[in-house]
Design a protein around this ligand. Structure first.
Ligand SMILES: [Ca+2]
Ligand SMILES: [Ca+2]
Ligand SMILES: [Ca+2]
Ligand SMILES: [Ca+2]
Length: 407
């Protein structure tokens, strides 16, 4: 019985050995076949070892930049230490970026004007933003004060138009001013005697019954405020009815304003704000009454601009229609003050200078006229939010743009 079992086990042992040998031969054969078929050839090139072969890899060197982008941006797609240069980190490489340093000024614009297009510190800002330097003068909205000098701070005791004078107006962002030069009396009618005041509208009454302002010192203050800013353009609308041209020119010359006054040729496009600022030709003077002689820097207001009617008694009467001037001109004043018996009215100013009210009127007139109001002129600028409205309007390129958030 034991022998039988032993023989039998010996047979099983041989049979297991044979099976194993056959399997080894099979495995070797399979390996040989695989080798011949190429299935075990070395892996294809994969520079960044991301498992995607170089041939298939959109980013061969694995530096995070697409191969084509690298070629377009002049960096090496097969070298991960070579990546596109992007000075302003806006995702557009320098070679393809029209504003390399991201300072808001295009490279060409900078180069032509002596700025460094690769240095964001090398730039100019206009009215607080470099982008505004690119806008033409007629494509910007300036806050304007009506009878800017007629305030208690200036010593005017009645018939005032505002509570605070030039410095507050300037600090809040007003850059356009309506001014009324006069000779205070028949005896004081030299060119050195010019003051700002308002006529009271009674025939033969002296014009400055409620007080007057030294026009020379007012304009010198304006000049120094202007000098302490950069890239701002100032506009003056002069109600010059009783002052000869020589006297007005003397006033502006003596106060340093005339040197920087822009001469606009009718029918020619307005320059950019940046170019006016860089040339230091950054004041525009408009006169309501044209002189017979030619004073080239005193632009006849109603040939170069136009305005809407003004001084209505109710808000409903306000319109975007032509009041005075040439409505074909792109530069225009949106007059936005109401009067009571011909006098400025603080309560009505609060109503029409209210942010939403004023913004809506400006957008409506922008749509109706076809271009933005260049000036929005108010009484009692302290009431409501004139300058916040102009900030909002200037952020918009078109009246259909969504209005940005309330500043
Ligand atoms: Ca690279
Ligand atoms: Ca860039
Ligand atoms: Ca730039
Ligand atoms: Ca620059």
């Amino acid at each position: 019985m034991f022998l039988v079992a032993l023989r039998s086990n010996g047979f099983m042992f041989k049979s297991i050995c044979r099976t194993l040998m056959n399997r080894t031969v099979n495995a070797a054969l399979i390996a040989l076949v695989l080798f011949i078929s190429g299935c075990t050839s070395p892996s294809p090139p994969d520079m960044d070892n991301d498992g995607v072969s170089d041939e298939e890899d959109q980013d061969i060197d694995g530096d995070g930049f697409n191969n084509t982008l690298e070629i377009n941006c002049n960096s090496d797609p097969e070298k991960n230490t070579s990546i596109p240069s992007d000075i302003d980190n806006d995702g557009i490489c320098d070679i393809l970026d029209l504003d390399i340093d991201g300072d808001g000024l295009p490279n060409d614009w900078e180069e032509e004007r002596g700025f460094d297009p690769r240095d964001a510190e090398s730039k100019i800002t206009c009215h607080g933003r470099s982008e505004y330097c690119l806008r033409t003068y007629d494509d910007f909205t300036f806050a304007e004060s009506h009878n800017s000098f007629s305030t208690p701070e200036d010593g005017i005791i009645a018939g005032i138009n505002h509570l605070t004078g030039l410095e507050s107006q300037w600090n809040d962002g007003i850059r356009a001013f309506m001014l009324d030069p006069y000779h205070p009396s028949e005896l004081q009618n030299d060119k050195e005697d010019i003051v700002f005041c308002h006529a009271i509208g009674v025939a033969n009454a002296p014009p400055c019954l409620f007080g007057s302002v030294d026009a020379f010192s007012w304009l010198r203050n304006l000049g120094s405020l202007h000098n302490n800013s950069t890239g701002d353009i100032v506009s003056l609308l002069i109600q010059n009815h009783r002052v000869p041209g020589e006297h007005l020119e003397y006033l502006f010359n003596d106060t340093g304003i005339l040197d920087r006054a822009f001469i606009h040729e009718l029918g020619t496009p307005w320059p950019s704000i940046g170019d006016m600022a860089l040339a230091k030709i950054d004041v525009v003077i408009y006169i309501e009454l044209e002189y017979e002689e030619n004073f080239s820097k005193l632009l006849p207001a109603w040939k170069h601009t136009w305005d809407t009617p003004y001084g209505e008694s109710e808000q409903e009467e306000m319109s975007c229609n032509l009041g005075r001037g040439d409505s074909a001109q792109p530069v225009w004043h949106m007059n936005n003050w109401l009067s009571t018996f011909g006098l400025a009215d603080a309560n009505k100013a609060a109503q029409v200078n209210d942010y939403e009210t004023l913004l809506n009127r400006a957008l409506l007139c922008w749509e109706e006229v076809g271009n933005r109001p260049t000036f929005i002129a108010v009484d009692y600028w302290e009431q409501g939010e004139l300058t916040n409205v102009t900030i909002t309007l200037n952020k918009m390129e078109h009246w259909t743009d969504e209005s940005p958030l309330h500043p």
